[in-house]
Ligand binder design. Structure first.
Ligand code: HEM
Length: 253
């Protein structure tokens, strides 16, 4: 194996441990954060089924954002949709044709349309960046990391597009490298500059993801304003730790 390949094997393992360990750690933290008050944003659902529907609508259509700002919604939604398409397109590097997800990865919309989704991704990112530069009240609350995150993801998309349209890499060898990581059968990585740039940027993204605001993805499910049932009159709201204290004090829960 080449020295370069060994370095990337090590980097990928470190990045994967930090990414998955970091996300799991943050999710456990979220589950422990007290939510002592009933603060569902109304109109809110009256049943648990309604909450599931609300969260589904929020995740798929970015409902709250749609109501708040149409421009941000368009750029944000286009970016995330193209990210999803790119994700499905990338799955072919990690699964073989006999895996049950293969028909999904092989769909025309994923492979052909997905190839151009990279342009939509850049469009969305440029819009989101422009919003932070040109909208005064957003600029005021933007920090350096907000800009850098958009630039980082933008550079991943551009380097990916360059591989798709300008200078191809050896996909077969790349797939062997990625599968080798999972099956502990390490293989060489193609020595192409654009691929190395793409992967180095992806590694950077993996490392900063658990400590960045990009964690809003799992965080959404823990937002009490969105995940609570609107039933304060029917049922007294009490957080688990509040119930414990009441039980200890001998008061009625
Ligand atoms: C280990 C992870 C990754 C690997 C091995 C990888 C590899 C590749 C390769 C080989 C291509 C060229 C595809 C072709 O020639 O048909 C590509 C394209 C692309 N990549 Fe990645 N990539 C990874 C992660 C990411 C991530 C996290 C993003 C987005 C944030 C991303 C965004 C893109 C885009 C937008 C394209 C161009 C459109 C396309 O061909 O799908 N990649 N990637």
């Amino acid at each position: 194996m080449t020295v370069l390949s060994i370095i990337y094997v090590v980097l990928f393992y470190v990045a994967m441990i930090i990414l998955f360990g970091g996300i799991a750690n943050k999710i456990m933290l979220y589950t422990r954060v007290p939510a002592p008050l009933k603060i569902a944003v109304t109109p809110a659902p009256l049943t648990t089924g309604g909450v599931v529907y609300r969260l589904f609508y929020e995740v798929v259509f970015f409902n709250s954002l749609f109501r708040a700002s149409k421009w941000t919604w368009i750029f944000g939604w286009v970016f995330h949709l193209s990210l999803l398409l790119a994700f499905f397109r990338h799955l072919r590097y990690v699964i073989s044709p006999d895996f049950f997800l293969w028909p999904l990865v092989n769909l025309e919309v994923v492979q052909s349309f997905g190839k151009y989704a990279g342009f939509a991704m850049v469009f969305g990112l440029v819009g989101l960046f422009g919003r932070r530069v040109f909208v005064d009240r957003v600029k005021y609350i933007s920090s350096a990391s907000d800009y850098l995150m958009l630039i980082l993801i933008g550079m991943i998309a551009v380097s990916g597009l360059m591989m798709s349209f300008v200078s191809h890499t050896d996909i077969i060898q790349l797939k062997a490298f990625i599968l080798g990581l999972f099956f502990l059968d390490w293989q060489n990585l193609p020595n192409d500059t654009i691929l190395l740039v793409h992967l180095t940027l992806v590694l950077t993204l993996m490392l900063i993801f658990p400590v960045s605001k990009l964690l809003h993805a799992p965080g959404l499910f823990f937002a009490p304003t969105r995940n609570q049932v609107d039933n304060p009159r029917e049922k007294r709201h009490l957080s688990p730790w509040g119930a414990e204290i009441e039980a200890k004090d001998g008061r009625n829960a």
